[in-house]
Design a protein around this ligand. Structure first.
Ligand code: DOR
Ligand code: ZN
Length: 430
């Protein structure tokens, strides 16, 4: 039996109106000036009361973990965190245990992900010696694979691709299958050099130990390779102004780049307050970098915003600096932080939607998602942009109940999330 839902009084990025949902899809968007056609029996009418309605976020950078790291996060808890944060599609990273670097690892992940209640896809992990295995997966054109991820440096349970000739082969394979290669561009040999130079191993020195030079050099290298090979490149979590300058010089239709909410809004001075809870790779940098990243968001250099949701247990995070893993949860905080920042900086919500939904859908071939239009899936986030609230990590759905944004005030609370037309109370997702 099919079911019809009417969402009344929605405020969109640029206008207002109603949405009619039939089962899992939007069948009509009626702008205020036009009357709703086909007024028929609805199974459900929800008054959105002029709250902001945007396409659910498509987060192309999520570390769900699960399997042998289900103590850090599982597909159930990551899904609940996604719903609480208005994220309706997760693209999961391959540095899991087991890793998503061969068919066995992929099938283990497929099994674990059956517990998800949001839409999802996977990035495969490219290593220095798994190209044949990747190719044997790609020939069948599986619909659940988004891109291929390369880590040029060690970060968290990941294999490193340090050899330039291997990178070249990976890029060529990406070109052959017209798939995007995502790269974490910090370079391992550069990190090793700085690890030796900086004797004082403290969280305050994280950004000189994992020195900006290492991100800049890696970004330069992958841009050069991409210009030579012509593959599609997605540079993850850009953190420095120099990388933005490099990208601006050679950006073309094959080059995409991502920034995270933390690299946009936090700088290393917060580490005095939050310690290892702000330890992340690449590290938090300077206020000047924040400023240049914002300019790149505004001028279109940046294509996507990804959360880099990277949960670890609190016990691991409170170890001493050198032993504490890098990363923190982001699914529940990203949209709220962005809404607040975009409003304060007078950047349009239309631009926000491009960065969090439209572009990721386009880059990773996610069909019929990322827009509020007829025939698109009814994946939506309803946001109260008036009411202020505090970020309270103890209340996170994620298993990782800490954040460098702890107690920050945001105006942009996600109150409802729709996935495949099903409504969830985002303030209480279970
Ligand atoms: O801080 C990070 N954490 N950076 C990464 O590249 C990996 C991630 C993780 O998986 O924990
Ligand atoms: Zn990541």
């Amino acid at each position: 039996m099919s079911s019809r839902t009417l969402l009344l009084n929605c405020r969109f990025a640029e206008n207002q109106g109603n949405i009619i949902i039939k089962d899992d899809k939007i069948i009509e968007v009626c702008l205020k000036e036009n009357k709703t056609r086909n007024v028929i029996d609805f199974d459900q009418i929800i008054d959105i009361e002029n709250k902001l309605v945007i396409p659910g976020m498509i987060d192309a950078h999520v570390h769900v973990r699960d399997m042998l790291q289900s103590n850090k996060e599982s597909w159930e808890t990551a899904s609940s965190a996604a719903i609480a944060g208005g994220v309706t599609t997760i693209i999961d990273m391959p540095n899991t245990i087991p890793p998503t670097t061969n068919i066995k690892g992929l099938n283990a992940k497929r099994e674990a992900a059956k517990k998800a209640i949001v839409n999802y896809k996977f990035h495969l992990g490219a290593t220095e010696n798994n190209l044949h295995e990747l190719e044997s997966i790609l020939v069948s054109k599986p619909s659940d694979i988004a891109g291929r991820k390369v880590f040029m440096a060690g970060s968290s349970s990941n294999e490193v691709v340090a050899d330039e000739s291997k990178l070249r082969e990976i890029f060529k394979l990406a070109k052959k299958y017209n798939k995007v290669v995502l790269v974490h561009t910090e370079m391992q040999n550069c990190l090793d050099k700085w690890q030796k130079i900086i004797k004082d191993k403290t969280i305050q020195n994280h950004d000189i130990i994992r020195n900006r030079e290492c991100s800049i050099n890696g970004t330069k290298l992958v841009l050069n390779l991409t210009n030579e090979i012509g593959n599609k490149l997605y540079i993850c979590h850009i953190s420095t102004k120099e990388e933005i300058e490099l990208i601006k010089k050679c950006k073309n239709k094959n080059i995409f780049c991502e920034v995270t909410p933390h690299h946009l809004t936090l700088d290393k001075s917060i580490l005095n307050l939050v310690g290892n809870f702000g330890k992340v790779n690449p590290p938090l940098r300077t206020k000047e970098d924040n400023q240049v990243l914002w300019e790149a968001v505004i001028d279109g250099t940046i294509d996507c915003i990804g959360s880099d949701h990277a949960p670890h247990t609190i016990d691991e995070k409170i170890e001493d600096y050198s032993n504490a893993p890098s990363g923190f949860p982001g699914l529940e905080t990203t949209l709220s932080i962005l809404i607040k920042e975009f409003n304060e900086r007078k950047i349009s919500i239309k631009r926000l939607v491009e960065l969090t939904s439209e572009k990721p859908a386009e880059i990773f071939d996610i069909e019929n998602r990322g827009k509020i239009e007829e025939r698109y899936f009814a994946d939506l986030a309803v946001i109260d942009t008036e009411k202020g609230s505090l970020i309270v990590p103890a209340l996170f759905q994620s298993k990782a109940k800490y954040s460098p944004f702890d107690r920050m005030e945001v105006t942009g609370k996600v109150i409802m999330t729709f996935v495949y037309g099903k409504m969830y109370d985002a303030t209480c997702p279970k």
